[in-house]
Design a protein around this ligand. Sequence first.
Ligand code: AMP
Ligand code: GLY
Length: 424
Amino acid sequence: MKVLVVGGGGREHAIVRALGCSAHSPELLCAPGNAGIAADAECLPEVGAGDVEAIVAAAREHGIDLVAIGPEAALVAGAVDALEEAGVPAFGPSAAAAELEGSKAFAKELMREVGVPTASHVLLRGREEAIEHLSCASYPAVLKADGLAAGKGVIVCATEAEACDAVDVFFTERRFGETTVVLEEFLEGEELSLLALCDGENVVPLAPAQDYKRIFDGDRGPNTGGMGSYSPVPGFGPAEVEEIVDAVHRPVVAAMARRGRPFHGVLYAGLMIGPAGPKVLEFNARFGDPETQAVLPRLRSDLLDLCLAAREPGGLAGVEAEFGEDWAVTLVLASAGYPQSSSKGDAIHGLREAAELAEVTHAGTAERDGEIVTAGGRVLNVTGLGPRPAEARDRAYDAAGRIRFDGMQIRSDIAARAVERVPS
Ligand code: AMP
Ligand code: GLY
């Protein structure tokens, strides 16, 4: 069986590795992949992760039996629809189903319809309406771009003045091309990422995870694509996970089916766990990055079987995703200047030593004259595993300590919370 993974980040490297453990022993390809994925799959560097036509052409040319899509852009652009139309089986939601991630306004409206707990909100159509509304809003408040914004579409505003500046950013400066923004109640609490596999009808939860979005220790500084993660999460055992899936994922999947947009693939709920219980911050229609790098190394079930089952309507009935007892802690090693910019072409040392201690997956790396060099903002992920959070964390930091490149940034407090809560 030939499987093509679309994407070229740490998430896709983790997906490739997990598929590589399948009993089907699939032949693995990755488009475009990166310098590390090249050791585990045949990379197709000329195929862009968001280029639907090129993905379909590559899948046909290589006789692919299943395409698994990592990033949201390809999903929202209809990669799964185009592949299936071309007769290539694909794991992931159709464009109509991916709108849960592609439009915050759509997701909010659907949640309101089915009573899924989320922050209260108003939709502001156009700059004038937005500015007018800001004077009667209460603060802090959160402004969100309606469409995909590559992790940069959310601004937390402490005051009305900050909110006015944010409106300018959305409607003019950053040129998101926004016509609508969402103004949302600010929620306090702790975040949780709960990803689940869906087959249009059934929901199979994966292990919960927590990610760290800010660049600096103590959750300070600007948001990033994610600086680390860990799984599982203390306090969220199977009973709590079922409760959330019942309150959030199942009603959403049922509503999508009723609307003729059955959701197949990974439904990722980003949740705020506050005093009133979990509330949804956002939905993603795909695996999370860097949550996947902590979740998949713990998966004991066959990922390829799960992906194949999720494609079939009702294919996941009675299926469970099983996880090992080990904890996993993932650190992101980012390049100088990230998240505002990134440094490219810096030589990376110590990869082999690190890989003896932990799982090293590549994100922004490239090969230059036989040497691995930096090629993006988030460069590498290091995932340590261990019977308790402390061991997993020590392993991850020990391994990451072996890796060196100019200007390397790493947070020093990833999973410290889990270590405190689950003492050795
Ligand atoms: P989102 O892309 O919607 O998940 O937002 C990115 C990040 O912004 C979240 O992970 C939270 O840290 C923060 N955030 C989003 N919405 C809210 C909210 N309503 N209240 C507090 N923080 C939020
Ligand atoms: N970890 C956040 C995301 O994947 O969007």
